[in-house]
Design a protein around this ligand. Structure first.
Ligand code: FE2
Length: 137
């Protein structure tokens, strides 16, 4: 089963950040479906292209947002982001070398599913406590 956006559990209170998280969930679900249909390989290459950009643009946006609002989760957020940046870069490296394996695909699926369910729902949502509900701003 894919992951459904759940504002109560996932909203950070910042529309831009939430929109980006929803896009990540959409991409994850697309990949999850492809994996279930044995088409993970082709989708993974597209997904990793997206993730390489996402881990720069979205992560920077969210990191700046946390710093700006003096969010207590800013440091743990940054270190988690750097961890995912490294993991994504490693899998991208396998693609470049023509060595993308089924183990890589399974790892990416688990890693992203886990990221959405734990990182977004526990660390990113700390932003909400810093500024109250700004989901409409
Ligand atoms: Fe984050």
């Amino acid at each position: 089963m894919g992951i459904a956006w759940n504002a109560d559990r996932m909203s950070t209170g910042f529309k831009l950040v939430d929109d980006q998280h929803q896009e990540l969930i959409r991409r994850f679900n697309e990949f999850h479906d492809a994996m279930a249909h044995g088409k993970g390989q082709a989708t993974a290459i597209r997904l990793l292209g997206f993730l390489a950009e996402y881990t720069e643009t979205h992560f920077k946006c969210e990191e700046e947002c946390m710093t700006q609002h003096r969010c207590p989760a800013a440091i743990s957020n940054l270190s988690a982001h750097n961890g995912l940046r490294r993991e994504i870069a490693a899998v991208k490296g396998h693609i470049t070398e023509g060595k993308l394996s089924l183990a890589d695909l399974v790892k990416v699926e688990q890693m992203l599913g886990n990221w959405i369910q734990t990182h977004i729902c526990t660390i990113d949502v700390k932003l909400r406590e810093c500024v109250g509900d700004r989901s409409h701003s």
